[in-house]
Design a protein around this ligand. Structure first.
Ligand code: SAM
Ligand code: SF4
Length: 267
């Protein structure tokens, strides 16, 4: 069991499998000039599995794949299969924008993924195109349907809300959730540089006192807190030591930090 110095039980590892994405959501990625990691800097599947296995040995029980968009990582179904084979994971999920799920839902379920969270900030096709800079909402709806059919349930919808977003968008997602029986979680728009974040409504993020998470970035940095620049490289330290040091130095609460985009860290 992993307990940090503030008595928090650490059971949850979020794993970013890529910094790449097929969308460009306005709050997550810059429109252009995006610096991507070199392929050799991104952890191989073997490395990712090794970190997760070590984390599970230490006491992690919940694993979530994220990104970037996890479904654009080539071979993702094979990675899911390898992770699902690790003994001791009780909850194995993925956060995805859903645009590729129509094709991937069944193979992912067959490979051993338990469930998906799908990001949806509006149900209006034009607004969706604006927010994601070009995304096609029909693909997300098809993805949600496929995930339900494949049994990747309970499906939760992540909806970013914030001052610059008209309430009508969030309301439309709430209504969609009600009519389809899917749970909707409102995530308040975060500002990393200003250290502005708050509790996720209907979720567990953003509540420092009860934070049970560690993160693994796609280039192998274990981050104990999304709102801190502290990180430990699994390539430099080895998985066990990087994980242990991250637990030891997990801050009591988040603050301002230098990075200002979510895609590289894994939301
Ligand atoms: N591409 C996948 C997706 O969109 O679900 C997974 C990665 S994405 C970074 C994970 C979550 O972070 C999404 O639900 C997204 O809306 C959220 N997110 C990204 N930037 C954010 C920000 N600045 N504030 C709040 N949530 C953010
Ligand atoms: Fe891509 Fe997800 Fe970021 Fe949108 S929120 S740009 S879908 S990684």
């Amino acid at each position: 069991m992993i307990i940090d110095r503030f008595g928090r039980k650490i059971t949850y590892l979020r794993v970013s499998v890529t910094d790449r994405c097929n969308l460009r959501c306005v709050y997550c990625m810059p429109a252009e000039g995006l610096k991507l990691l070199r392929h050799e800097d991104i952890l191989s599947f073997e490395e990712v599995v090794e970190v997760i296995r070590t984390a599970v040995d230490l006491g992690i029980r919940k694993v979530r794949l994220t990104g970037g968009e996890p479904l654009v990582r080539r071979g993702i179904v094979e990675l899911v299969r390898a992770i699902a084979a690790i003994d001791g994971i009780e909850d194995f999920g993925m956060t995805t924008n859903g645009t590729l799920l129509a094709e991937y839902a069944q193979p992912l379920a067959d490979a051993g993924l338990h469930r998906v969270n799908i990001s949806l900030d509006t149900t209006d096709p034009d607004r969706y195109r604006e927010i994601t800079r070009g995304g096609e909402i029909a693909r997300v709806f098809a993805g949600i349907e496929a995930a339900g059919k494949a049994g990747l349930t309970p499906i939760k919808l992540n909806c970013v809300v914030g001052k610059c977003y008209p309430e009508v968008d969030a309301k439309s997602v709430k209504e969609f959730g009600r009519s389809t029986g899917l749970e909707v979680r409102n995530i308040h728009l975060m500002d990393f540089e200003a250290g502005r974040f708050s509790v996720v409504e209907g979720g567990s993020g953003g509540d420092c006192k009860r934070c049970n998470r560690l993160r693994l970035s796609s280039e192998g940095a274990i981050r104990p807190c999304l709102f801190s620049d502290i990180s430990f490289s699994v390539r430099e330290l080895g998985a066990a030591q990087a994980l242990e040091r991250a637990v030891r130095e997990k801050p009591e609460a988040g603050g301002a930090c230098k990075h200002n985009w979510m895609h590289g860290i894994g939301g």
